[in-house]
Design a protein around this ligand. Structure first.
Ligand code: CAO
Length: 519
């Protein structure tokens, strides 16, 4: 029959109020030797209790929040016969005076751990410290401990840095002792501190002994070594977290939740702070007058994210130009008389698509995407045109596929149909994918010019404003001409300014003489 190994609470020094704060295993778990089983914590110290053997967890006798003391049964494991480990870290005298006034504080015996890491330095050179004030925090794989000052005095020099690997006997810092120094006879683990103080009648207010607010905030974080280690691995500042454990203790779950929250924010495009961009403070507008808060539609939230991403990633330049569409308008109106019975209506949009297609063929760098590695440009050999459509729920961009293979009538029919589907929320997902270049036409509404945001990873977008009849000088006299304002925004990483002007010039030529389009 398999003999069960009992895992008992080890010697926890003089601490009395020891709590089970994390149970790291569950029944049936197969555990390797030295794998952590539970985390215990007293008022000042936390320690992970490692498994003394390979084995399987058979029964867990404690639950999180339980108060335990030395010898209490934590859990039982199968397969090995060995008894409880000696996990508690004991510390021994380490100070030795260099002169009769200057104390050098050294790393104490850190148990089985050969090397430990300096994870916090709680004092600065010149700080006045009381005897027992914590100076630094050391952490090994399994435990963390604060090293207290052996005497009252002034910190003269700090001889190590955060993240240094140290071992027993290494110098930590020097303290110029007060004239009546209270040299301590031991350096305690965090868990032993309170009892020591009580025994000697020394009252040390740890929090008030810390000088800098930043240091105090970090030092006062209530978290065990495993959690601190995880926080360091993820680059999480524990001071930014609110612990969900007993007495506000930070648990591994809190770190996971925090990291997830940060990533969600990032994905939602609201991580301005994380990107180093100053955030816009939340304002309680109701202080200034009545307000109504409405939720954003899903489409608005998605397009907000996409627009923000493009705005932040793409160095935008907008090139303005004007096309004389007098003849085009005459032709369009004539055609519409004939097409009415077929149920087709030519708006300027169909002509815009046709002209853009021709211009993209002439300037293929506008029908492209930059490779994310920033070293290549991907030229597309198909021409799908995105059309920005305003709907009640927000902006959507359906795509006219293979626009280079379609005539004016078909482009008019298809773009009208896509706009209808968009407004009736009937667009299939694939109708919004694969666009090469987008046209945003606000001309039916008005405006003289605007700066559209490139629909990344596309490299350019054409904004179209309202055409107006203007007096244009033909060399002899002013003629009334219908002028269409165009705004081409482009990604300056992919396209040079000169190319952009050539593009809009070509586009204007196409629009000014409809015969180009019909060829
Ligand atoms: N100048 C003058 N008149 C114009 C014009 C222009 N540039 N463009 C369109 N018009 C006219 C049309 O000829 C039509 O007039 P009639 O009814 O007298 O013939 C009228 O304006 C309405 O046109 P329309 O808007 O219904 O059709 P369209 O093909 O021009 O545009 C679409 C379709 C889907 C682009 C448009 O309806 C739309 O949603 N535009 C908004 C796009 C948008 O929000 N972009 C912003 C993106 S950035 O925030």
């Amino acid at each position: 029959m398999t003999e069960l190994t009992k895992i008992l609470v080890p010697d926890v020094g003089e601490a009395t109020d020891v709590e089970v704060i994390e149970i790291l295993v569950k029944n049936g778990d197969r555990i390797s030797k030295d794998e952590s089983l539970v985390v215990l914590e007293s008022e000042k110290a936390s320690m992970e209790i490692p498994s003394p053997t390979h084995g399987e967890v058979r029964s867990i006798q404690v639950k999180e929040g339980d108060k335990v003391e030395e010898g209490d049964l934590i859990l039982e494991m199968s397969e090995q016969t060995s008894q409880i480990n000696e996990a508690a870290t004991s510390a021994v005298p380490v100070t030795e005076p260099e002169t009769d006034r200057l104390e050098t504080v050294r790393v104490p015996d850190v148990g089985e751990a050969k090397e430990v890491t300096v994870i916090e330095i709680m004092v600065s050179t010149g700080d006045a410290v009381a005897a027992d004030d914590s100076l630094i925090v050391l952490e090994s794989e399994k435990a963390s401990m604060e090293i207290p000052s052996p005497c009252a005095g002034i910190v003269r020099s700090i001889l190590l840095s955060v993240d240094d690997q140290v071992e027993e006997g290494d110098e930590i810092l020097t303290v110029a002792a007060d004239s009546t120094p209270q040299i301590k006879d031991s350096v305690r683990s965090r868990g032993q501190e309170e009892e020591k103080q009580a025994g000697r009648g020394v009252v040390v207010e740890e929090e008030t002994s810390r000088r800098a607010v930043g240091v105090a905030q970090t030092a006062l974080v209530h978290a065990g070594p495993a959690v601190r280690k995880q926080a360091r691995e993820y680059g999480v500042d524990l001071a930014a977290l609110t612990g969900s454990g007993t007495k506000g203790r930070i648990l591994k779950e809190d770190i996971k939740a925090y990291v997830k929250q940060q990533m969600d924010r990032s994905h939602a495009g609201q991580d301005s702070a994380a990107m180093g961009i100053p955030t816009i403070a939340e304002v309680d507008f109701s202080k200034f007058g009545a307000v109504e808060i409405q939720p954003l539609s899903r489409i608005r939230r998605v397009s907000a994210k996409n627009l923000h991403r493009s705005w932040l990633n793409v160095p935008h330049v907008t090139q303005f130009d004007e096309a004389d569409i007098t003849d085009l308008e005459t032709y369009r109106k004539e055609q519409n008389l004939n097409l009415a019975e077929k149920g087709v209506k030519l708006t300027p949009l169909a002509f815009l698509i046709k002209s853009v297609v021709s211009t993209l063929k002439e300037y293929p760098r506008f029908n492209a995407s930059l490779h994310p590695d920033g070293e290549r440009i991907i030229l597309k050999q198909y021409i799908h045109i995105g059309i920005a459509v305003e709907t009640e729920e927000g902006l959507v961009v359906p795509v006219v596929r293979d626009a280079d293979c379609k005539g004016l009538e078909q482009l008019a029919l298809e773009s009208a149909e896509l706009a209808r589907q968009a407004r009736e929320k009937k667009l299939p997902l694939d109708a919004m994918q694969g666009s090469c270049f987008t046209i945003s036409s606000l001309g039916g509404i008005g405006g003289t010019a605007f700066t559209p945001i490139v629909n990344a990873p596309e490299v350019a977008i054409l904004g179209v404003s309202r055409s107006t009849v203007k007096p244009i000088f033909d060399g002899e006299s002013f003629q009334p001409r219908t002028i269409l304002p165009l705004s081409l925004s482009y990604d300056h990483r992919a396209i040079d300014g000169a190319e952009a002007v050539r593009f809009t010039s070509h586009l204007c030529r196409m629009l000014s003489d409809v015969r180009h389009m019909l060829l």
